[in-house]
Ligand binder design. Structure first.
Ligand code: GUN
Length: 309
């Protein structure tokens, strides 16, 4: 079997089109334009690039955006004061603090300080708890962006996830844990593998769905993969190129091997990566709708071509 290559770039572009329609309807009906504010602490080039892309893509769907670039020596008190100002600003619908933060800043305290209704990353404990709770309505939840994007790609490939065996490799707060919760809600039988997991190949051999977010280049060999499974590779790993070539980006899964066994697989780059920012925009739109009490409006909902996740 040769796997279908899942085109995350194309899927993200179509999601952005849907979001742009939603943004325009919100503006036309309520005179409200969703606004996303990103806070970057320090000058890490990769983080700066991500924040710039978030702003550019927000503008591309008609949203307002703003970024605050703070020195790496900023005090925690000043950062919290900025977040408090943004929490109170009714024109701001989504706030994100780009991670990682410098070591002198208490990440948990910062994430807790963001108004849960504006927490478009879904990292606030209230949103983490709602995701983990079976009793919360799906529409009330803000779901972390990368797992949300993975679920959209899976939904395109598999009509019903019910009863399938899913293995998530990695247990980070950003990807692995929320991913496992979403798969559980979709009624998969979920296993979470991590650095202490014994016999990873045997676990992966039973997976109908494999999501890898380990950040370990080439960790997963093609021979481990269950034939016909769907493989979602979240890893974005920079490795040295071949002789005379620059660095290249690879996933956690040995792509060429895995594509000979899986039924569908995301490439790196061009798979999950493009979905993350698109889902951040989706969360910003949802947050703006919720904050303007439009969420229940049938008219507004029917105006959007679909309601992902
Ligand atoms: N750093 C790496 N991924 C993310 C993300 O999804 N959100 C934020 N805020 N920071 C990150």
């Amino acid at each position: 079997m040769v796997a279908r290559i899942i085109n995350g770039k194309q899927r993200a572009a179509s999601l952005r089109q849907e979001i742009a329609i939603g943004v325009e309807h919100l503006r036309a009906q309520r005179g409200i334009t969703p606004k996303l504010v990103a806070i970057l602490v320090g000058d890490d080039p990769a983080s700066a690039l991500y924040v710039r892309r978030k702003g550019e893509q927000a503008a591309s769907v008609g949203m307002h955006s703003e970024s605050h670039q703070l020195g790496s020596d900023i005090s925690q008190a000043r950062l919290l004061a900025l977040i408090e100002t943004l929490n109170r600003d009714e024109a701001v619908h989504g706030i994100l603090v780009q991670l990682p933060l410098p070591p002198h800043i208490d990440k948990a305290a910062v994430l807790r300080s963001i108004d849960p209704a504006k927490d478009i990353d879904g990292f606030h404990p209230v949103n983490v708890g709602m995701l983990a709770s079976d009793s919360e309505a799906a529409s009330d939840r803000i779901v972390p962006c990368t797992p949300m994007g993975c679920m959209m790609l899976l939904a395109d490939e598999i009509a019903s996830l019910e009863g399938l065996a899913a293995v998530v490799v990695g247990c980070s707060n950003i990807v692995g844990r929320p991913m496992a919760q979403l798969l559980l809600q979709a009624r998969c039988t979920v296993s979470i593998a991590h650095i202490h997991t014994r016999n990873l190949p045997d676990l992966i051999a039973r997976a109908d769905i494999l999501v890898s977010a380990a950040g370990a280049p080439g960790l997963i060999r093609g021979s481990w993969i269950k034939p016909g499974s769907v493989v979602i590779d979240v890893g974005i790993n920079r490795v040295p190129g071949e002789a005379g070539q620059g660095a290249r980006i690879v996933g956690d899964v040995c792509f060429e091997e895995a594509r000979m066994r899986a039924s569908a697989i995301t490439p790196v780059p061009g798979g999950v990566g493009p979905m993350t920012i698109a889902c951040l925009l989706e969360n910003t739109l949802r947050a703006a709708i919720a904050q303007t009490a439009l969420q229940g409006s049938a008219r507004f909902r029917s105006a959007r071509s679909s309601d992902p996740a």
